[in-house]
Ligand binder design. Sequence first.
Ligand code: FMN
Length: 332
Amino acid sequence: MLTASLDRSTARTVVALANRAPSVHNSQPWRWRIGPSSLHLFADPARALPATDPEGRDLRISCGAALHHLRVALLATGLGARVHRLPDRHSPGHLAAVETVPARPAADDLALARAIETRRSDRRVFSTWPVPTGFLADLAAAAAAEGARLVVLDDERRRLTVARLVREAAVEQALTPGLSRETAVWTGRSRSARDGVPAANVPTDPAGTVPVRRFSAGEQAQNALGRGESDGTVLALLTTAADDPVDQLRAGEALSAVLLTATRAGLATDPVSQPLEVPATRAELRSTCLGDDGEPQLLVRLGWAPLAAEPVPASARLPVDETIDAPDAPWA
Ligand SMILES: Cc1cc2nc3c(=O)[nH]c(=O)nc-3n(C[C@H](O)[C@H](O)[C@H](O)COP(=O)(O)O)c2cc1C
């Protein structure tokens, strides 16, 4: 029999899967409240990154990714989701109210849920193998289904512009008070840390045609490419029509849909947000890469990890009960 009700153990399981979502610096800036047939997503200001992400854009995109992971996990358990984004205008931190409704998952839905456990951010260079255009069309369709657009930056001019803007944003951020302390606090972590970016997930030697963010420490072996070989990284820009908090939440949902679809196809992925965090470089991305048609939200590197590459370790998450308000309270 199809049901819309959510028992306590299913609720904990779907929240644990939602918490596997990517988030800026693995800050996991969200909290959950759970009722008998609803789940509520809140931003957690205590986990914000004011120097890196002064406008809270990355925070809302991260929460959107967790919201999409939650929807995917719910569907795998036979529950659909009716989502109300920013349901209370007097409470901007209440990002979503999710009502559960009966649903029957298809095989594709189950495969997407399985990708939650295997997705990783891979910051190494990718192999020279091209990504088939059919795969890119699937990723664009996944973004479109979430109300966003995935624009593949396939010409050299736009790729070089992005590379320059990543470098410029890094210089601008290096001059931002508090930034280097925030990077030191949240990155270069040990494998046992429950949040933050572990050094084991950052290459010792950042390389590749698209620059990646510098973290405070890196211990991961970089992939070797032949002399003079350029890597086969596809660079894509996730965009939305407008840029209010709901658009940023939706951008996060689209990010999750793109990353899980790519993971399912065996592709390696890595979000890149630095040039979106600095207003001047974000404006230049909008004009040069989009011709001012749409709002840039996040860059994504996509490609094939070389066959000989070591698997990327899973970064840790907070214990699930610490992310749920009053997990042992009676159902509201
Ligand atoms: C909004 C957002 C921005 C991010 N920005 C970057 C970035 O600039 N560079 C990077 O290497 N990873 C970036 N990431 C990836 C996170 O660092 C990563 O999701 C987190 O450390 C957890 O690791 P995992 O994705 O392997 O689970 C970003 C993720 C999100 C959701």
